[in-house]
Each structure stands twice: as C-alpha cells, then as structure tokens.
Design a protein around this ligand. Structure first.
Ligand code: ADP
Length: 718
C-alpha cells in the first residue's frame, strides 16, 4: 500500500476502507494497530496516537491494555484525560500543554498540543478510548473527528474479538512471585521491572511521587488517587499530590493533614499494611477521598519498619479493586522503598541547605568562606557591601591580595590587615579577630575569622564574619565624651560654689566683696541648672515627648524680652537689632522660640570673647530667598551674627551633633556641653523650619533659621 493508491479528494473514505480491511485481518492485534496508525497518518497529521481498552469489562478501571503508534512523542500521555473521555462518553478535542518533566530523558521544551479523545461506544457499551495528539499549529480538523467516529464500530468489533480471546493471550494467564510473596501477573511484573530503572534515577521527591501515582492509577484503573507523606514528628499524613476525577476529590485540599490511624490511609500507615475497602458506603468512617468514592485502596511505603508514605486510590465502582490490584500495589510500594528513602534524604538535605543558604544570603553580617589560601569560595551580598566594593569582583578573589589591594586607599593601617591574613594562614586552627579602621568615609569593621572543618575534621579554610561597628564605636565615644564633659561641667561650677560658700561661712567680708561672691555663686548655680536643663531637654527630645504649644505670636515682643534679659552679659559687645516694622506674626511655641534665640545669642556672646558686634536680624523671606529644598510658604528668617572666633570648615557640619564641641584652645577655655545647638536644631525642626550656619574661621559666624508665618494674620496671643 502506498499513498499513490488514494485519490486526494476522497482520501478520508479510502483511509476508512483500508483501515476496516486491516482490522479484520487475522494477525496479532499490535501488528494490525501499528499498520492502522500508519494508514491514518495519510489522512490526519498527528504526532502520535493510542488505543486504550479494558478487556472483559465495560468500564474503565479493569486491567487495561494500551497500544501506541510507533515514533510517538516522548511526552507522556495524560491518563486523567483518557478517564475523563471514558466517563463522559463524548469526543473531546482541546488544546493541552505537554511536558516530559517526569521522564528521566533529556528535557524537552514544554509545548502546546491539540488533543483528541474519542470514546469507543458500541451497542450501549464502552469498549475503549482512541486518542490522538497533534502539533498545536497543525490542529486536528473536523475531518479527523469524522474519520475517527466512523472507525468506532470497527474498533469496537476488534476489541470485542480480542477480549473474547483473552485467556489465550500470552502473558496474562501465568502468575509470578512478587517480593511480598504474593502473586502478580507477568504483565504487571513487566510494568514494575520497567519502572525500576526510572525509579532508581529519580532524586526529586515530587517527580517520584507523581510517577508512582501515575503508575498506580494506570495499572489499577482507579479513577482517582493521592499520595501522602507521613510527618514523622506529628504522626500525621500530609497530602502531597492527587489526581483524578474531580467528583472524587471534592473533599481534598493541597497539603491536607490526616491524623495517624484516621481513614483508610491512616490505618494503612499505622498498621504498615496495604488495605482494601470494596464499598466505603458500607463503612462510612473510612472514606476520606471524596463524595463519589465507593472503593478504596491504601498501600503504605514502609521504610525501616515505619510508614513513610501512603498511596491512596479510589473508584466510583464498588469492588473496583481486588486481590490483583492489592498485590500490584504491594509490589509497587516495595519497589518504591529505596527510591523514596533516597528522595526523602535528598529532599531533607536540599531543604536544610536551602535554609542555610537563605540565612547566609540574608544575614546583615558580611560572610565569606575562604579556602586555606585565603581565596573566597563563597560570600554573601553583605560581604562586599561591608567593604564598600561591588559584588562583581574578579575571580578568584584573595583576601590577602585582592582585598588589601582594593582597600589600600581607605585602610588606615594596611600592614595590620596583611598581618591578620598571614597569621590566619600561619595558625589555621586559631580563631582570630581584628578591628579595621577605614577612612573616606570613616568606617570601623570588626572581622571574626574562624577555622572551618569538613566532616573528617580536616581544616578546609576559614569563615570571615565582618560587621560594621562604626555606630557602636561612635556611641562608645559619645558616651565617654559625655561622661567627661558632664563631669567637668558639673565639677567646675560646684567647685566654685563650694569654695565661695565656704569662704562666706568662715570669714567676714565687706558688703561689696560679699555681694560679688554671692553673685559668682549665683552665676555658677545658674550654669549648673542650665546643664541639667539641657540634659533633660535632650532626653525629652530623643524620647519624642516634647509637645509644642503653638499660638500666633509676635517676634518683636520676644526680641524685646530677650535683649533685656541678656543686657548684663553684653558688657563687651554691641548688640544691633534689624527688624522690619511690618514683620508678620508667626505661628509657634513662644517658650521654645525664646529658647532657640537665647541659645544662639548666648553662643554668639560666648564665642566672641573679645567683644564685637552681635546682630540679630529678622526678615520676611520672599519665595526666591528661600534656601534650596526649603518647604514653600511664608517664612521669617532669624539670623544671629557675631565677630567671634568662627568655626573651621571641617567642624561646621558637626556642630549640630550631640556633645560635639570644636576642640581648640579657645573653645576649651570657654566651656560648654555641646548640647545647645543639637537642642536648638531639634526645636526649629519641630516648627518645620530649617537651621544652618555660615562662618569664617577667626572672623565670625552667622546662624540662621526659619519660622512659619501665621496664617491668621493679626490675631495675636493675649
Ligand atoms: P556648647 O556651646 O555648649 O559647646 P553648642 O551645641 O551650643 O554647645 O555648640 C557646639 C559647638 O559649636 C561649640 O562647642 C562651638 O565650638 C561651636 N559654636 C557654636 N556657636 C558658635 C559661634 N557663635 N561661634 C563659634 N563657634 C560656635
């Protein structure tokens, strides 16, 4: 037979004639079907085809036979579809996705295909299912459906003939021993043997369980099935995968848990034996799988005397499972013991390495595993961040060579680092640690270097854990500075107070002298109280408990009060006030604004010990005059300028820090806590304003800040 015998116009008809003739021949069924698939190819562009039938039973679920077209696709067939076609009894054509993820062959790309499944119905009876798969782009045409539908009676007749002669078919009659001592038909034995090599290759737990379930469903003809793993800690069954007719899985949820001994699966797990229930409606306590289930079969996979998994099968046909299915399932579970225990171990190892990997990558500490030569084998993202290097470094990367070289411009003491790497190699067993100081920007890193070992206790290298301790060191510095400043600031006024009061108590003085002494005591006590006030202010601001009591207030009034208050301190200075007559009122907390201006004015006085002019200027800013990045709106700028000692450019950005004091002979003589400006800035910012300083060292400074104009112009606080 060749294509040239057929007229293209009635190709379909000619194919049918040829197919009918073929199927009627007296030859082994496999031969006839193979030829049939070949003939069909002349009219239908399919990739592969298969015929499934259940000899001796009208319903799917009995032992079945399957015949495949030669040169088929390596993608496995989806038995769930076959069952669906059989149960629905209708031709089904649809687009499907095929993949070979379960097959231990080179991976093929996941692709779309067209599927056609036709039930073989004849005289009210289902004989089998005929299926085709075609490339998605070459989708099957309606002619295909016509041809397949027309073939149905021939196929039914062929299957009927085949089933009648079944006892004589080689392979079905004999029996053989299974590892459990039960008998298994040779065909199933063959199935199991071919399964063995695939099971042996499988490490992936999910793929292994899927393969086991597929095989169990295929061979037993069950309409639905599931595999549970036993959670050894809680003695519960945890559902891993399930497959089959939805009506039988309606009570099943992914990751569902069942108690030990609960349901047939639980009983199989706790007893370690494969169990069978022919009709669950007679034993309602048992069913777990779904409302449509009549027969159930549960078979445990027992590893070292304990069930590790259970395969559970269900069917809507009562008595769907018998001794054959039970012994097949026992044999299947027996075969699955080694692959499953290996896959479980692999899964465990995978999970713990996954957990460790996640911890390793997400830790904020820079971690690097080094070999014995100091070469980085593995590092986490924080490692390169910590050194301020990009993660894309050349490989191999040696700490003693590459790290030191790249950090050279920033290392304050490169030799110390080189020596640290060398001593790690000299004494590989010693835990070591080092604090490294980097500059530009300033950074303090702490390196902990610990020896690492393999399972034989052999040294494999070192683990470096690097953490940034800049802030800790800074806060240590701040703390000690705080203690020394505060103790000095406390001791100085206290010494004077004690000295003068002692003098006053023990000796008689003239009125003037006495007044002078008492005045000094008063001034020093005032200084003490200011210090205590500042410290309290800082802690309140830090705790966020400072609340503003805002009103519409006049700055003019505040300025007047302040200048009167400061008059006595202004002996050597000239004070000039520049203020527009029409200065609008502001919306602010009166006491806090007074404190801000007071702080700036006292600093101006303090830091211009030789006197000079102090200018307090207030003006309404036009929007063009607002500093860059300043919030929009109406703002008043208050500036305090002096002609004092000034601030060097490198100190200027730091004067706002708590306890920061410019350290030079002048400032040391002047005294202070370094708290005033940090409090002042926090108070300005509470009012949404900004504060900044300009200074020329040795010439003088100007401190300016902004305050919001009140929107309720004119209504002043009483
Ligand atoms: P204190 O004055 O108590 O030291 P501040 O926080 O008010 O603390 O000021 C921080 C530092 O800023 C001061 O130690 C001083 O070095 C510098 N400073 C502040 N105001 C002036 C100024 N008007 N002129 C020069 N230096 C100033």
């Amino acid at each position: 037979m060749s294509i040239s015998h057929f007229e293209p116009t009635n190709l379909g008809l000619s194919v049918l004639v040829e197919a009918t003739r073929l199927l009627a021949e007296e030859r082994p069924l496999a031969d006839r079907l193979h030829q049939l698939f070949g003939v069909l190819r002349l009219a239908i562009r399919f990739r592969d085809a298969r015929l499934t039938f259940w000899p001796g039973s009208a319903r799917p679920g009995a032992l079945r036979q399957q015949f495949y077209s030669p040169d088929g696709w390596p993608y496995p067939w989806d038995d769930a579809l076959t069952r669906q076609v059989a149960l629905n009894g209708l031709i089904e054509q649809r687009t499907i996705v095929v993949s070979n993820e379960l097959v231990a062959e080179p991976q093929l790309p996941i692709t779309q295909a067209t599927y056609l499944g036709a039930p073989i119905f004849w005289s009210g009876r289902l004989w089998g299912v005929f299926e085709l798969r075609a490339d998605y782009t070459n989708g099957l045409t309606s002619v295909t459906q016509e041809i397949i539908a027309a073939l149905t009676p021939q196929l039914a007749a062929t299957i009927a003939r085949e089933s009648a002669g079944l006892p004589a078919l080689p392979g079905i009659a004999g029996t053989a021993e299974t590892p459990t001592g039960l008998t298994l038909p040779p065909q199933q034995r063959h199935e199991l043997a071919s399964l063995d090599s695939r099971l042996e290759q499988m490490l992936d737990l999910h793929a292994l369980l899927s393969l086991l379930l597929r095989r169990a469903l295929e061979i037993t003809g069950a309409e639905a099935g599931a595999v549970c793993l036993v959670d050894q800690r809680s003695d519960e069954l945890v559902l891993q995968i399930y497959e089959g007719a939805p009506s039988m899985l309606d009570r099943v949820q992914p990751r569902q848990r069942w108690g030990w001994n609960q349901g047939l699966a639980g009983q199989a797990a706790s007893s370690g034996r494969a169990l069978l229930v022919r009709d669950v409606t007679q034993e309602p306590r048992i069913s777990l799988t779904g409302s449509g289930v009549r027969a159930e079969l549960a078979a445990p996979i027992v590893i070292k005397g304990r069930a590790a998994a259970v395969i559970l099968l269900g069917s809507p046909r009562s008595a769907a499972f018998g001794e054959h299915e039970l012994s097949f399932m026992r044999a299947l579970c027996e075969r699955a013991i080694h692959p499953l225990s290996r896959a479980l171990q692999y899964q465990d190892a995978l999970e713990s390495s996954n957990h460790l990997g996640q911890v390793f990558t997400s830790l904020p500490t820079g971690l690097a595993l080094l070999d014995t030569n100091g070469r980085v084998l593995r590092s986490n993202p924080a490692w390169f961040d910590m050194w301020g290097l990009s993660g894309r470094q050349r490989s191999p990367f040696h700490v003693s060579i590459d790290l030191v070289e790249q950090l050279l411009p920033r290392l304050q003491d490169p030799l110390q680092m080189t020596e640290f790497c060398a001593s790690g190699q000299r004494s590989p067993n010693q835990p070591l640690q080092l604090s490294v100081r980097l500059v530009n920007p300033i950074q303090e890193l702490h390196i902990l270097s610990l020896p690492t070992h393999d399972s034989q206790e052999q040294i494999t290298g070192r683990l470096w854990a690097v953490s940034d301790v800049t802030r800790e060191r800074e806060s240590d510095r701040l703390k000690s500075e705080f203690v020394s400043i505060v103790s000095h600031e406390l001791r100085t006024p206290l010494t004077s107070i004690l000295g003068y009061t002692e003098l006053l108590l023990n000796r008689q003085f003239g009125d003037d002298e006495r007044r002078q002494f008492i005045n000094t005591v008063y001034v020093e006590a005032e200084r003490l109280s200011q210090l205590v006030e500042d410290l309290l202010g800082v802690s309140r601001l830090e705790a966020g408990t400072v609340k503003l009591n805002r009103w519409t207030i006049s700055l003019r009034q505040i300025v007047n009060e302040l200048t009167t208050q400061l008059n006595t301190q202004l002996a050597r200075h000239r004070m000039q006030i520049q203020m527009n007559r029409e200065l609008p009122p502001i919306y602010a907390d009166r006491d806090k604004i007074k404190q801000i201006i007071f702080n700036l004015l006292t600093n101006a006085i303090k830091y211009s010990p030789n006197g000079g002019e102090i200018v307090l200027a207030l003006k309404l800013l036009s929007s063009a005059e607002l500093p860059a990045g300043h919030p929009e709106g109406q703002w008043i700028q208050v500036s305090v300028s002096d002609q004092g000692i000034g601030i060097a450019p490198e100190d200027l950005p730091r004067i706002w820090e708590r306890f920061y004091r410019v350290d030079n002979t002048n400032t040391r003589r002047i005294g202070g806590t370094g708290l005033g400006l940090s409090i002042t800035r926090a108070l300005v910012e509470l009012h949404d304003g900004r504060i900044w300083a300009e200074s020329v060292f040795g010439k003088g400074s100007t401190f300016s800040f902004t305050l919001p104009v009140s929107r309720e112009n004119g209504r002043l606080e009483g």
